[in-house]
Design a protein around this ligand. Structure first.
Ligand code: NAD
Ligand code: TYD
Length: 338
């Protein structure tokens, strides 16, 4: 049995990945290292916490001593780094913690992974490192220049460069995956889709930035998890793989779809002041992972969003608790001036 060290496993994608690995494979043990910031929630993993192939450690990826202890206590074979500050709006208000966790934290993990001689290190990155596209531009390939434009995406790009440098200089068998926007169960309700679903269910306004015509390329979180597992097991050392489902949509279309799904009126939509530096469009060309690794997304956006709306309807207690917690302070601060 091999051990995967999953960092950030108590967050949205990480918790879905932990569940995915335990449910679909028999050959891995998972050690989940997470600092439990505002975005980390052990409730996301209640159903697997007693699984004997699962262990949780509360630690900071930027704390070299703590990370060293985890490597000393567990014979880590593979690392998947999800741990990050992940919200663009927060990075505009307070970029420092993004540099600490996303850049310094990645370097600490790389150092330890190299010292332990792991079989594979996978860095979970984002399409946002490529910057923004115009309406007629071709979708991002892995060859697209790295041109991040928010403090969040700049910190993720910094991490990607460090991964590349350690792979190149020391031969660490590392892979980078760059995925488009995810949606699905357990997403923290400050991101577009869960925020809009939960606000609509609460009868609150839906704050749409600018003209609502910014375009994102949506992928169901389960499809992201299957792509990561595939890249972890079969990806070429040193390679970058884009992950996306070719599901481009304007934000306003997504919001209208959600309102129809929960049977609430469009009068709840409120156009608010735009996000500073707001990237206009992201679109992913995922030909490499499809052709080289045979990965295909299984979920169409229309089906995935219907299923996701049902999940939020059935887990109202989960998001009400999250929204009543630390998130409330942030939400009030963000919207005070809008
Ligand atoms: P999230 O904010 O829901 O979860 C992040 C997790 O990391 C939380 O559990 C948090 O407690 C943990 N964490 C934060 N700082 C830490 C630290 N210093 N040490 C240890 N743990 C720490 O994020 P997410 O949406 O699940 O994203 C996961 C990863 O996927 C990120 O690296 C993000 O950049 C990347 N990504 C996300 C998307 C998306 O649409 N959400 C798309 C592409 C890539
Ligand atoms: P978000 O979920 O924050 O992801 P990202 O910025 O990483 O793509 O936002 C997705 C899109 O939705 C983005 O164009 C910003 C927009 N948005 C709104 O219009 N209103 C909101 O309240 C939020 C959170 C996002």
């Amino acid at each position: 049995m091999k051990t995967i060290l999953v960092t950030g496993g108590a967050g949205f994608i990480g918790s879905n990945f932990v569940r995915h690995v335990l449910a679909r494979t028999a050959q891995y043990r998972v050690v989940n290292l997470d600092l439990l910031t505002y975005a980390g929630n052990l409730e996301n993993l209640k159903d697997v916490e007693r699984d004997e192939r699962y262990a949780f450690v509360k630690a900071d990826i930027a704390d070299a001593r703590a990370v060293e202890r985890v490597f000393a206590e567990h014979a880590v074979d593979l690392v998947v780094n999800f741990a990050a500050e992940s919200h663009v709006d927060r990075s505009i208000v307070d970029p420092e913690v993004f540099v600490r966790t996303n850049v310094l934290g990645t370097q600490v993990l790389l150092d330890r992974a190299r010292a332990a001689g792991v079989e594979r290190y996978l860095q979970v990155s984002t399409d946002e490192v490529y910057g923004s596209l115009g309406p007629q531009d071709k979708a991002f390939t892995e060859e697209h220049p790295i041109r991040p434009s928010s403090p969040y995406s700049a910190s993720k790009a910094g991490a990607d460069h460090l991964v590349h440098a350690v792979a190149h200089t020391f031969g660490l068998p590392a892979v980078i995956t760059r995925c488009s926007n995810n949606y699905g169960p357990y997403q923290f309700p400050e991101k577009l889709i869960p925020l809009m679903i939960s606000n609509a269910l609460e009868g609150k306004e839906l704050p749409v930035y600018g003209d609502g015509k910014n375009v994102r390329d949506w992928l169901h979180v389960d499809d992201h998890c299957s792509a990561i597992l595939r890249a972890l097991e079969a990806g070429k050392a040193g390679a970058v793989y884009n992950i996306g489902g070719a599901s481009e949509m304007e934000n306003i279309e997504v919001v209208r779809l959600i309102l129809r799904a929960v049977n609430r009126p469009e009068s709840l939509i409120r156009f608010v002041k735009d996000r500073p530096g707001h990237d206009r469009r992201y679109a992913i060309d995922a030909a490499r992972i499809r052709q080289e690794l045979g990965w295909e997304p299984a979920c169409r956006f229309q089906d995935g969003i219907a299923e996701t709306v049902r999940w939020y309807l059935e887990h109202r207690d989960w998001w009400e608790r999250v929204k009543a917690g630390e998130y409330r302070k942030y939400y009030e601060m963000m919207y005070a001036g809008r």
